[in-house]
Design a protein around this ligand. Structure first.
Ligand code: TYM
Length: 345
C-alpha cells in the first residue's frame, strides 16, 4: 500500500457553513460565527456558505427554503461577516459541491459513516425511514470543505467527528488518486475552548439547538430584550450559590452553562466570572447575565432587522458570493474529475 501524501503546500483557506433551518441562536454565534468574523481578517480567503443541499436531507417546506437561505445570509452579515472580504453564498449555487460529493461517496467507506453519532441522533429510532441523504450528509460536508481545498474550518464542538471524517476522506483520496501528491489538505477544525458547546437553557445536558421544540431552550439572534430577559429568568438552575472554583461546576451542568455563556458574552474567563459571583445565588446572577446578553445581541438583531428588509441586497450578496465560490471551486473539481478518470471528450 502506498503512503498517504499529507504534505499539502497550497495557501490557507477558510470554509464553514450553517443549515438554513430558521433563525440562528447564540450557540451558532459563540461556537462558530464569532470565529468566522475573526478569521476574515487573518489574510486567508474565506468561504461561508448556507447549506441548502444539506437542508433537504430532512423534510421541510420547499416554499420557505429560499427565505431561510436569505435569513441565514442576513444573520452572517449582521454578526459581522463582510461580503466584500468573505464569499457568502448558497451551497446549491455552486454545483461542484454535489459533483465532488459523488466522488467522495465512492471514496468514503460504509463503516466510516456508520460511526457518525449525528446521524444516529437525527435519524432516531426509525433509521430505516431516514433519507439516504441524511446518512451521506457528512460526505457532502467533506466536499463543501475540500472543493475549496480549505485548510481550516471554524465550527462548534458538535462538528468534530464530521471534520475527522473529512480528513479521512482527503487522505484516502490522496492515497488512491493523488499519484504521490497531497491533492487535498487535511482540513483542521478551528474549535475554541469557550463557546464551542453552548447548552440548552432548559437542560444542561442537551445542546442549544434549532431543532428543540421549545423556543425557551435557546436565545435567538433576533430575540428582543424582553424575550431574552424572560428566557434567562426561566432558565433551569439548581438551588446552590455559585462556587469558587471551575471544578465545582462539573457536577452542575446548568450552572456551568450559564457561567460559560456569561464568560463568552463578556469576553472573560470562567474563573473571572466565579471570582465576581462566588457565593451569590442565581437571583443575583441571572439579571446580570440577562443584561450582558441583551447588550450583546441588541446590535446584531438591529442589524439583522435592517438587512432582512432588503431582499434585493441579500440576493446581490449571494450572487456575488456564488461567483467567487464557483471561480475557486472549478479548478478543484476539474482536477478531481481528471484524477478519477472521467471521460473528457
Ligand atoms: P449547524 O447548522 O447545526 O450549526 C452551525 C454551526 O454552529 C455550531 N453550533 C454550536 N456551537 C456551540 N454550541 C451550540 N449549541 C451549537 N449549535 C450549533 C455548529 O458546530 C456549526 O459550526 N453540518 C453543519 C453544517 C455544515 C458545515 C459544512 C460546517 C455543512 N457543511 C462544512 C462546516 C463545514 C451543521 O449542521 O451545522
Amino acid at each position: 500500500m502506498s503512503e498517504t501524501p499529507t504534505d499539502y503546500t497550497g495557501p490557507e483557506r477558510i470554509l464553514s457553513g450553517m443549515q438554513p433551518t430558521g433563525g440562528l441562536h447564540l450557540g451558532n454565534y459563540l461556537g462558530a460565527l464569532k470565529w468566522w468574523v475573526a478569521l476574515q481578517n487573518s489574510g486567508a480567503e474565506c468561504f461561508y456558505c448556507v447549506v441548502d443541499l444539506h437542508a433537504i436531507t430532512v423534510a421541510g417546506d420547499p416554499a420557505r427554503l429560499p427565505g431561510r437561505v436569505r435569513s441565514a445570509a442576513a444573520a452572517y452579515m449582521a454578526a459581522g461577516v463582510d461580503p466584500s472580504k468573505s464569499a457568502i453564498f448558497a451551497q446549491s449555487a455552486v454545483p461542484a459541491h454535489a459533483e465532488l460529493a459523488w466522488i467522495f461517496q465512492c471514496v468514503a467507506r460504509l463503516g466510516w459513516l456508520e460511526r457518525m453519532t449525528q446521524f444516529k441522533d437525527k435519524a432516531g429510532k426509525d433509521a430505516e425511514r431516514a433519507s439516504v441523504g441524511l446518512f451521506t450528509y457528512p460526505v457532502l460536508q467533506a466536499a463543501d470543505i475540500l472543493v475549496y481545498k480549505a485548510t481550516h474550518v471554524p465550527v462548534g464542538e458538535d462538528q468534530k467527528q464530521h471534520l475527522e471524517l473529512s480528513r479521512d476522506i482527503a487522505a484516502r483520496f490522496n492515497r488512491d488518486f493523488g499519484n504521490g501528491d497531497a491533492v487535498f489538505p487535511l482540513p483542521e477544525p478551528v474549535i475554541q475552548d469557550h463557546g464551542a458547546r453552548i447548552m440548552s437553557l432548559k437542560d444542561g445536558a442537551a445542546k442549544m439547538s434549532k431543532s428543540d421544540p421549545s423556543d425557551n431552550s435557546r436565545i435567538n439572534l433576533d430575540d428582543d430584550a424582553d424575550t431574552i430577559a424572560r428566557k434567562i429568568k426561566k432558565a433551569k438552575t439548581d438551588p446552590e450559590p455559585l462556587p469558587e472554583s471551575e471544578a465545582e461546576l462539573n457536577s452542575r451542568p446548568e450552572a456551568r452553562n450559564l457561567v460559560g455563556i456569561y464568560a463568552a458574552l463578556t469576553g472573560t474567563s470562567v474563573e473571572a466570572v466565579l471570582d465576581e459571583f462566588a457565593g451569590q445565588g442565581f437571583g443575583a446572577f441571572k439579571p446580570k447575565l440577562a443584561d450582558a446578553a441583551v447588550e450583546f445581541i441588541a446590535p446584531i438583531s438591529g442589524e439583522y432587522a435592517r438587512l432582512i428588509a432588503d431582499r434585493a441586497e441579500i440576493d446581490r450578496v449571494l450572487r456575488l458570493g456564488a461567483e467567487r465560490a464557483n471561480a475557486a471551486a472549478e479548478p478543484v473539481i476539474a482536477e478531481a474529475k481528471r484524477l478519477v478518470g472521467y471521460w473528457r471528450g
